[in-house]
Design a protein around this ligand. Structure first.
Ligand SMILES: [Zn+2]
Length: 185
């Protein structure tokens, strides 16, 4: 395994901070990323694209087309705008940082996904299990296969109940973890 530092380095003053902090203790620099400009532009494209298609549907579409497409396109428009301009939630910030560190600094990623779960505003299943799934990936990188297996199995339950597209992927991950654990014994 690669060498791990215990804490996160501030990019402004280079001081070391505890892995679960949001702001640098020395200089106050935000240690968590927000939604990037690129991601925001992508959401803007979704919003504008939805608006364009909405205009097309209303000027040229049949009654059936209007009935089918109006609500999803309105959703795309307003949802896209919201994600373009809104502040990134604390949970999303931890999620973004966790995703950044899964490979290079998985211990940090585990901490961040835990904080992201803790800070979820709606405990609605899907976003929570997406985070548990990713935390499992980070445990796997740490070669902590039993915790990874626990996370993946928890997700499997949720994906089964919701008939999620993620089910196939999680079944493979579970098999991999079981194989790893069998090797180690
Ligand atoms: Zn600092």
């Amino acid at each position: 395994m690669t060498k791990q530092t215990k804490c996160i380095i501030c990019r402004k003053c280079n001081s070391e901070n505890e892995a679960n902090l949001e702001k640098c203790q020395k200089c106050g620099q935000d240690l968590l990323p927000g939604r990037s400009i690129g991601t925001r532009l992508l959401f803007l494209v979704v919003a504008l694209g939805s608006a364009g298609l909405l205009i097309v549907a209303f000027t040229m579409g049949t009654i059936v087309a209007k009935a089918i497409f109006t609500i999803p396109l309105l959703g795309g428009f307003f949802g896209g705008l919201a994600l373009t301009f809104s502040k990134t939630s604390v949970s999303d910030k931890y999620k973004l940082r966790g995703e950044k560190y899964i490979k290079s600094f998985p211990a940090q990623a585990v901490t961040d996904f835990n904080k992201a779960i803790e800070n979820l505003s709606d405990s609605k299943g899907d976003s929570k299990y997406e985070l548990i799934d990713k935390r499992g990936d980070a445990y796997k990188e740490l070669a902590d296969f039993s915790n990874a297996l626990k996370d993946f199995e928890e997700c499997e339950q949720h994906y089964k109940i919701n008939k999620s597209n993620e089910l196939g992927k999680i079944v493979i991950k579970i098999e991999q973890m079981k194989a790893k654990l069998a090797q180690n014994n």
